[in-house]
Ligand binder design. Sequence first.
Ligand code: NAD
Ligand code: WQD
Length: 337
Amino acid sequence: MSKVLVTGGCGYIGSHTIVDLIDNGFDVVSVDNLSNSSESVLNGIEAITGKRVKNYNIDLCWEEATHQLFEDHPDIEGVIHFAALKLVGESVQQPIRYFRNNLNSLLNLLDCMARHGTPHLIFSSSCSVYGNTTDLPVTEDTPLQEAESPYARTKQMGEQIIRDFARVHPAHKSILLRYFNPAGAHESALIGEAPTNPASNLVPVITETAIGKRREMTVFGDDYDTRDGSCIRDYIHVMDLANAHTKALQYLQKGKNTDNLEVFNLGIGEGVTVLEAINAFMMVTAQPLAYRLGERRPGDVVAIYANNDRAARRLGWEPKRDIRDIMRTAWEWEKRR
Ligand code: NAD
Ligand code: WQD
């Protein structure tokens, strides 16, 4: 069994990816300092897979502890690096905290991987690296614009750091995965999005409003130049996203890569408006939703969605779920939480 270190394994995308990795025969070790998660997610993973995953409660910015982890697991063959702070608005208020956390953790990790000869890295990047682009759909070759937030800049810088690392470590192979808008939950509703920070993304805001945790929600802008006036995004189901990580790792292990650093967009390749997402929720769940049309949110891009041809062609990855599956599974998870 191939051993994988998943950083941020107790978080949203990390926990769903662990399930997919275990389903595909990987042995998983998690490291997560629980700054935005709880170890109770490991119970959900165990209930789904029958496997208990060990989490090391370590801050990856702590160099010695991170090195010790690699000493204790010399057989780690690959790292999937999810651990990061991810709130765009918070990053504007606390830029230094975001640079320190997201970059120091990556630097320590790369240092450990170099020292221990760990061959494979999958990095969580984001469509936010494209900035306010108007070139749609976005391909991996679409030029990156100025980052719109310190968070997005940590992803651009993270990508660049890995690029420079790859130049001097030709035997090391990395993949940068640029996620669009991840949402939804595992079919079982045993795991889902459970941040300790308040949710601000559209889908959890919808489910939290429908269940009564919020009185009402606001659609940020209905006067954009789109088919119904609201913003367009590419919502990708978290289990489809999870499976792309497994496929990326297998791709590297089989030596199918064409370069020692490759980039892939992960979206479904279609744009959905905010109002379409809300309608999908109401249709699939038969729940009413208290929403009002409000002001535009500062910093929002009008529309962004992926061209995912490269991931389909090279990784053999195909998203199987759509916005209705996202809403159905997110709602089941919300009711169970
Ligand atoms: P999450 O907050 O649920 O998971 C991240 C986990 O990393 C958390 O459990 C947190 O406790 C942990 N962590 C943070 N800093 C750490 C550190 N220094 N040491 C150890 N653990 C640490 O976030 P997520 O939604 O699962 O996102 C995973 C990755 O994907 C992040 O890198 C994020 O930037 C990226 N991403 C997320 C989205 C999204 O919308 N969710 C979109 C694009 C990219
Ligand atoms: C989606 C749409 C909102 C909440 C963010 C990050 C990006 C990436 C994904 C990490 C927008 C609208 C939302 C609400 C609304 N994360 N909305 N009412 O901003 O596309 O992307 O998450 O890398 O970097 O910026 O996602 O879910 O916040 O918003 O109308 O209460 O829903 O205006 O059009 P976003 P989101």
